[in-house]
Design a protein around this ligand. Sequence first.
Ligand code: MN
Length: 438
Amino acid sequence: MAGQGRSLYAEHIAARQRTTEAALAECGYDALVLSSGAPFTYFADDQEPPFHENGHFAHWVPLRGPHHVLVLRPGAKPRLVRVAPEDYWYEQAPLGSPFWADDFDLQEVGTIEAAWKLGLDGKRVAYIGDETARALAAGIAGEHHNPAALVARLDWERAYKSEYEVACMDEAETIAAWGHRAALSAFDHGASELEIHHAYLAAVRCTEAELPYPTIIGHDEKGAILHYTGKRAQRNGRVLLIDAGARHLGYCSDITRTWTRKECDSRFRALVKGMDELQLKLCERVVPGLPYPDLHAAAHVMIGNLLHEVGVLKIAGDEAFDAGLTSPFFPHGLGHFLGIQVHDVGGRQKDPSGGLLPPPPKSPYLRTTRKIEEHQVFTIEPGCYFIEMLLRPHRNGGKADCFDWKLIDELSEFGGVRIEDNVLVTASGHRNLTRPHI
Ligand SMILES: [Mn+2]
């Protein structure tokens, strides 16, 4: 990252310093220690899941790997201690000259113990991370580990993306789009779920463990399983629902597309086309000041209207939503914050001090209840699925004649449709980060 990117990063670090200093002052601390985290093993095993750095640490610096320590104090350059042990089991690549190095008082040590020589005696210090035993040994009392009031303030700030972060996310969109285009091409040629997955990985040029989340690649009826991670070998699906992202410098993209081949039922194809159109209309409604749950409610009505047009529902969208008849088709939230974590922090916060806004009772899975504001990045991902478990209670319910059950049974073999873009909130609306690419 050179030139303009370099100055964007300097601005990002200056903003982190400013917001951290304010949060420390409000919570009565003199310093904050963050560590990148410790790997862990499965029960009774010596194998580890892929390591993810502590998000609070990753918010400052894209330094990969466990056990690094960052010490933040008001008015002082952040001190970053990189743990680089002599080791022949794992690669210990030299750091080189990363673009971020000048923004830290950077030190390299050979042991984890050396990284925890903090030099903060007599200060009121908070620690955020999972290496609490080391923090305790370094003199930070347990009551100052992950203090809720401080974590809430930092989570709140993470919702407002700096220009550096948006540039990282733009790149993550570009990379994921390579994968989505390769997946579409493979699907058009009749590839299996497993082959499409491999085509995706080859195109994004990373391992599966480096993706922000496991790919969801479902043909036909499997598209109705919201987190389907099976990878079947059968070829020639008629529908492909693919939900897959990428990472750049720790920042995620999260994109879903639903594609059909000519063998797919024309009524299901109308559902896919209608979902694509209404997804864009929902993006157009994004504006600072709007509570995200209002957008979620609008999605229910629009999806209800689409189901009405296709003939699945015999009543209009607003009536269907009021009667709870859109939820069996759209049983998840419209979207979530996106950033270092694919389901990023802070989406249900009412304010910086930690108050929460619960989701509406009809939509318990909605992850974003916060008011929409400039610089937020979130997903807009309306969907519609034929999920027998959710439809069954309605087959003999009081509103059973509001549904065309014959049509539902005919369309069920095509699974479901979801269209997901990532959007940045601007001063007057939004910028769609995904559509320029796929
Ligand atoms: Mn998503």
